[in-house]
Design a protein around this ligand. Structure first.
Ligand code: NAD
Ligand code: GLY
Length: 385
């Protein structure tokens, strides 16, 4: 998985890992390691040819990480322009999509040129969707700058903006042509965002890899302590897991739904909290995963004590596991959560899809969740302190 390159300037590049996403003619690589942004132009030219690049980013990321990327591209005449958007979930809107598509077209990008998404999941989802519709489809490169985006959203080609009816309801599957996960950029990520991203890291262990979960219980503190080698290893293991799932189910007709462990519960909470800083996506997923384990245990699907073990690990990583931990005095009702869950994209023939568990690393997909026990479970969850 690891390769070492030498740049045309004969400066040895740092070692990085290359994880392929095997999708036949849309195959691409996820390169993971330190320093990848500084040498972005070399990698892009090598893998994608002599292209011009339009960058989309947000204001926080621009202040910290845009300059080396622009410099790398400009040095070889490959920089077409940069669009800097406001940070936050509200940016994933039809209004900003119109602004980004217009801005990229105004840069004069041709069919063979590329869009670069430099940022977290918000920028990746928006810029990827813009790329999918400009000139009926431009290639794009993901340069994910949050832990969540490096281990999850930058890989697999789900792109979207939000509708007033719900999250990610307007979008497309459009695979990136390349992903450059530069682990150096994570050193500037606020601690809360790092923890939120960690929820998606644990998800891979919980859904299908007990050994990875055990590795995380031993090493999670070092991931937060800037241990570059362990961080790179964790990102690689997550990306490899996601790449394998995406390769066998690109458009989520089966196995890919496993990646939604904790998301049916979590999305409802995120929507109820108004997609605000009150509850970050990863925090909602952490509560949702804890709930999926508690529900499974109560339904007799997994051994007693499993849910408490999982919740204890999430809490040790500084993540919430209960609705009562969401900031603010108000609480959702069971009816509100059920209504929000029914908006989920995975609802089929009126039945919600749940990812439940038989144990750590043993998730499965089911539509056999009855409304009455689910409502009773949610009422108890809302009452928990
Ligand atoms: P985000 O993009 O909002 O980034 C979080 C915050 O961190 C922002 O304020 C951003 O400006 C800042 N930031 C980003 N990189 C930084 C860095 N290196 N240093 C300092 N600050 C930095 O949030 P996110 O958690 O990355 O992504 C959440 C979004 O991802 C949601 O919209 C969710 O729906 C989407 N998502 C998509 C997929 C998918 O498969 N497409 C998967 C999971 C989540
Ligand atoms: N984040 C879930 C997926 O990509 O399918």
């Amino acid at each position: 998985m690891t390769e070492t390159t030498t740049t045309p300037q004969s400066r040895p590049a740092p070692p990085f890992a290359a994880v392929p996403v095997e999708l036949a003619e849309r195959r691409y690589e996820v390169l993971i390691g330190p320093g990848l942004i500084r040498d972005a132009v070399t990698t892009i030219e090598r893998l994608l040819g002599p292209v011009r690049c339009g960058i989309v980013t947000d204001r926080h990321v621009a202040a910290l990480h845009l300059a080396p990327l622009e410099a790398s591209l400009a040095a070889r005449g490959r920089h077409a322009g940069t669009l800097v958007l406001e940070p936050g979930e509200a940016t994933k809107s039809m209004e900003r999509l119109a602004e980004v598509t217009d801005g990229l077209i105004a840069m004069g990008l041709e069919r063979s040129d590329i869009v670069i998404a430099l940022g977290g999941g918000v920028i990746g989802d928006l810029a990827g969707f813009a790329a999918s519709v400009i000139r009926r489809g431009l290639r794009y490169v993901q340069i994910p700058t949050t832990l969540l985006a490096q281990v999850d959203s930058s890989v697999g080609g789900k792109t979207a903006v939000n509708s007033r009816h719900g999250k990610n309801l307007i979008g497309a599957f459009h695979q990136p042509a390349l992903v450059l996960a530069d682990t150096d950029v994570l050193s500037t990520l606020p601690a809360r965002e790092m923890r939120a991203g960690y929820a998606e890291v644990v998800k891979y262990g919980l859904l299908g890899d007990r050994r990875f979960y055990d590795w995380l219980t031993t090493h999670h503190a070092s991931l937060f302590g800037n241990d570059a080698a362990r961080l790179t290893e964790a990102v690689c293991r997550c990306v490899a897991a996601k790449a394998a799932i995406v390769a066998r189910d690109e458009t989520e007709t089966g196995d890919r739904m496993l990646l939604n462990l904790g998301h049916t519960f979590g999305h409802a909470l995120e929507a109820w909290a108004g997609y605000s800083s009150r509850l970050l996506h990863g925090e909602a997923v952490a509560i949702g995963m804890a709930q999926a384990f508690r529900y499974s245990e109560q339904a007799g699907l997994c051994p007693p004590g499993t849910a408490a073990t999982v919740a204890a690990h999430l809490a040790a990583a500084g993540l919430p596991t209960r609705i009562s931990e969401i900031a603010g005095p108000d609480r959702p009702t069971a009816d509100e959560l059920l209504r929000l869950m029914s908006q989920d994209k995975k609802v089929k023939a009126g039945r919600m899809t749940f990812i439940l568990v038989r144990g750590i690393g043993e998730a499965f997909i089911t539509r056999e969740v009855e409304m009455a026990p689910l409502r009773a479970f949610l009422e108890a969850e809302i009452g928990l302190r």
